[in-house]
Write a new protein. Structure first.
Ligand code: SF4
Length: 360
């Protein structure tokens, strides 16, 4: 039996938000060229599917897509900005098992400033609360941490914790997907301090899932200091992305779009085992972009489970009597930065930010 894969389906590049870290809204897809249910039918069996955009709920046929995907996927999570409350609630009535992650970029003022959506915070928050009241089990926040909103990280976590919701984090990335190449964290120590606080809150909890989330956030500190990924990246081996045009790609982190084949034109097995797909896999093996996004990290955390497990064991149990279980200074690069052994300019040059010197 073929191995089940982890897939991300980008159903549209249209978006109603105007986030400061993503220019995708400037390069939307046209409705008539977007992936159809017929093409989605050709996808392989998946143990996990993320549906994303743009803003997926802009598509009025999203329910048909989800219905089709449930025929081949064990678990589906939709990432959304939560603006279209009625459409989200309607979909959740039909699929109460679906996961919903609403991107909220900070407390009210910060969120609305970053997202460029009038009343975006209240719309997103109302959607979240409505879903919880409906009894939806798999609901949560997603936050992309940057200089502007880092101070809201722990307060937002606290809101999600009170509502018994998942709290997913990310930081700034540059790639073809975001149509952006100049994202960068300016005040690394301040942002890392806020991650450190969150990591300690997660480690204090009694939830093993949160302890592993603490490891993910530790990886984000490592990422914003432009260091090598903590875990290998195996995108395109058992994980794929498909965009609104039907192009199958390894991930959404590359500078230019890397295409393994087009699913409108070919069948899945032929595409997945093609020479073109092998060439992309070779590129992935040499990729030095060191992304740390949940789409590429979650499969790696499952595959190389002993690494995060050892980290959790150390911080949760060996440091049992320590008041503060995690310190960002455990990362050598943070110590070196504070001691002046590494400069801001040197770290900037190692990041994927092109205005800081990176060319590929
Ligand atoms: S590190 Fe992995 S996820 Fe990031 S661009 Fe490279 S292959 Fe893609």
């Amino acid at each position: 039996m073929a191995k089940k894969l982890n897939g991300t389906v980008i159903v549209t590049y249209r978006c109603n938000a105007r986030c400061n870290m993503c220019n995708r809204y400037k390069a939307p897809s046209k409705p008539e060229e977007e992936i159809t249910v017929e093409t989605i039918r050709k996808l392989p069996e998946m143990y996990f599917t993320n549906i994303t955009g743009g803003e997926p709920f802009i598509r009025e046929d999203l329910k048909d897509i989800v219905r089709e995907l449930y025929k081949k996927s064990d678990r589906i999570v939709i990432s959304t900005n939560g603006f279209f409350t009625d459409r989200i609630v309607d979909l959740c009535r039909e699929f109460p098992q679906v996961g919903i992650r609403i991107s909220i970029e900070g407390l009210e003022r910060t969120n609305n400033e970053i997202r460029g959506l009038d009343d975006g915070f209240n719309r997103g928050y109302t959607t979240l609360k409505t879903l919880v009241e409906m009894g939806m089990k798999d609901v949560g926040f997603g936050m992309t941490v940057q200089d502007k909103n880092a101070a809201d990280l722990v307060p937002l976590y606290e809101i999600s914790d009170k509502l018994n919701m998942e709290f997913a984090t990310a930081s700034l990335h540059n790639s073809f997907y975001f149509v952006e190449s100049n994202n960068i964290i300016r005040d690394r120590l301040m942002v890392a301090e806020n991650f450190e606080k969150l990591i300690n809150r997660l480690l204090e909890s009694n939830s093993p899932k949160k302890w592993f989330r603490a490891y993910f956030n530790h990886g984000l500190i490592n990422y914003i200091f432009s260091q090598k990924r903590l875990l290998p990246c195996d995108m395109s081996f058992d994980t794929f992305f498909i965009d609104p045009y039907g192009d199958v790609m390894p991930c959404n982190g590359t500078k230019e779009k890397e295409v393994m084949g087009n699913l409108k034109e070919r069948e899945w097995d032929e595409l997945w085992n093609s020479e073109k797909a092998e060439l992309v896999r070779k590129k992935v093996r040499c990729c030095d972009r060191n992304c740390w996004m949940i789409g590429s990290v979650s499969p790696a955390m499952h595959k190389y489970i002993w690494k995060p497990a050892f980290w959790v064991l150390k911080h949760k149990f060996l440091f049992f009597f320590k008041k503060k279980k995690y310190s960002m200074y455990e990362n050598r690069i943070v110590r070196d930065y504070l001691d002046g052994k590494v400069t801001k300019e040197e770290l900037d040059a190692c990041s994927t930010c092109e205005s800081c010197g990176r060319k590929n």
